[in-house]
Design a protein around this ligand. Structure first.
Ligand SMILES: Cc1cc2nc3c(=O)[nH]c(=O)nc-3n(C[C@H](O)[C@H](O)[C@H](O)COP(=O)(O)OP(=O)(O)OC[C@H]3O[C@@H](n4cnc5c(N)ncnc54)[C@H](O)[C@@H]3O)c2cc1C
Length: 213
């Protein structure tokens, strides 16, 4: 059984640290697990946003959207998940690209973290741009700052960073002549589309996590 060893919430996004040593020892950036809260639960995919081989734990960020994510959100420290299967999916392709920009919204703020870390380890300059409606909706910031050369913010109300979205920050960077060699985006479908449209005129190789398809 996969014990929930830590849990916290930032405005509908639940950080779940789960005892899963085999996964913690084999996971790579960009991979996910399939989770069942209880025996009769639906199986749902969730990105592994962090892991610790010393403690044998993995960290998931769960955005409460429907039945299955609500079931996970209601679990308490000490409870166990019925099943956690993985690592699944192809790891992100990480190379020494030059300057890498990562954009994250909702659970993507957590999900871009391992890619940022791996890109930095591969020798890239790493700039992360994260978006939320309000400044108090950000999370995992300390870790992201440690993994990146720069972390930029966009908020709908302008309470932190640029008033706007990830693509507004990227457009401004590109208009100011910043050279971006590779972009990765994780977030809602609309965000992925808008960000891809922002990098398209500059022919920047862009990868997005098509999790909703
Ligand atoms: C590879 C992969 C990795 C993912 N990683 C994460 C993660 O790290 N954290 C996280 O919170 N979620 C992640 N998701 C999305 C997550 O799996 C779904 O939100 C979850 O299955 C919804 O289940 P539910 O029963 O709570 O909601 P449902 O009742 O199934 O759906 C509630 C609402 O959310 C919409 N919805 C359902 N699935 C998705 C989806 N995949 N994308 C967009 N909208 C959806 C439905 O259309 C509906 O409107 C990932 C999905 C994939 C495919």
């Amino acid at each position: 059984m996969y014990e929930l060893v830590e849990k916290s919430e930032v405005f509908n996004v639940h950080e779940m640290v789960i005892d899963a040593p085999e996964i913690a020892h084999s996971i790579e950036a960009g991979q996910f697990v399939i989770v069942m809260g209880s025996e009769n639960s639906e199986r749902i995919p969730l990105t592994v946003s962090d892991w610790n081989t010393d403690t044998g734990t993995i960290t998931l960020y769960v955005l409460e959207t429907g039945m299955s994510t609500l079931e996970l959100a209601r679990m308490k420290v000490g409870d166990s998940l019925y099943a956690v299967t993985g690592p699944l999916g192809s790891p992100s392709e990480i190379r020494d690209y030059g300057t890498v920009v990562l954009g994250g919204g909702c659970y993507g703020i957590g999900a871009i973290y391992p890619i940022a870390k791996a890109c930095r380890e591969a020798g890239n300059k790493v700039i992360s741009i994260i978006e939320a409606r309000y400044s108090f909706m950000f999370y995992h910031e300390k870790e992201l700052h440690a993994a990146c050369d720069q972390v930029l913010y966009a908020t709908s109300d302008g309470s932190k960073g640029k008033k706007g979205k990830v693509e507004d920050v990227i457009t401004e960077m590109l208009e100011n002549g910043v050279k971006i060699d590779q972009a990765f985006f994780i977030g809602c479908t609309q965000m992925l589309e808008r960000c891809s449209e922002a990098t398209r005129p500059y022919n920047i190789p862009t990868k997005v996590a098509l999790n909703s398809i």
